[in-house]
Design a protein around this ligand. Structure first.
Ligand SMILES: CC(C)(COP(=O)(O)OP(=O)(O)OC[C@H]1O[C@@H](n2cnc3c(N)ncnc32)[C@H](O)[C@@H]1OP(=O)(O)O)[C@@H](O)C(=O)NCCC(=O)NCCS
Length: 183
């Protein structure tokens, strides 16, 4: 699953070499990367690293079904706004997946992450994924609002078996997703 996904305002598409500069701009920012994984948070420092990151994403997408990293591009600007992905949960013995998102700060506050997440989940559930998890730092309110806005089930702040410590964890099954109310 690595075709482009269209939404009213966005194109979710595979990364291309021309994205390197913007990826560097996004991933060199502590304010973004401090939410994306466990410490240490190491800001990206060069265009070479941006190209290597895209290569790593492509390889991971090819390795395992349902894994996908997509660029979020608003039609209005044509400027890469951020990224969205479904990826295997680290070390999960049952091979389960998580959904994740990030935006350049200059692209936040427009609903792009929520719009992209709905479209991506529509696609991965249509492709046969059974369930998806979403785990974030307990005080990551903007991200929790995205998860709540798109209707993931809020399991609260609970022990995180994948990243350690306590996380704010959300969950969604295909059945629940297909059965939810859309307005
Ligand atoms: C998490 C993150 C993607 C959320 O970004 P965001 O811009 O708040 O989320 P959305 O793109 O869905 O936009 C929603 C906001 O836009 C506002 N908005 C403006 N116009 C809108 C529109 N047309 N449609 C929907 N929302 C709109 C909403 O009111 C909402 O603001 P609020 O949350 O203050 O109420 C962003 O904060 C980020 O990249 N953080 C760093 C990385 C990160 O934490 N990733 C998640 C790790 S788990």
């Amino acid at each position: 699953m690595n075709d482009a996904i269209e939404t009213p305002r966005l194109v979710l598409r595979p990364y291309v070499d021309g994205d390197a500069e913007r990826i560097l701009d996004i991933h060199s920012r502590l304010e973004v990367i401090r939410w994306l994984s466990n410490p240490p948070f190491v800001p990206m420092a060069s265009l070479d690293e941006a190209h290597a990151r895209m290569k790593e994403w492509r390889e991971r997408d090819a390795e395992r079904e349902h894994t996908v990293h997509l660029a979020i591009e608003p039609r209005e600007t044509g400027v890469l706004a951020g990224g969205m992905g479904v990826t295997p949960l680290p070390g999960d013995p049952e091979g389960r997946y998580e959904v994740g998102w990030h935006l350049h700060p200059d692209a936040a506050g427009h609903g792009y992450a929520s719009e992209a997440a709905v479209a991506l989940l529509d696609t991965v559930f249509a492709d046969g994924l059974d369930e998806v998890w979403c785990t974030m730092y307990p005080h990551n309110e903007p991200s929790a609002r995205v998860a709540q806005r798109i209707g993931l089930t809020d399991l609260g702040i609970i022990p995180d078996r994948w990243y350690g410590g306590d996380s704010h964890i959300f969950h969604m099954t295909r059945q629940e997703w297909l059965g939810r109310d859309r307005d």
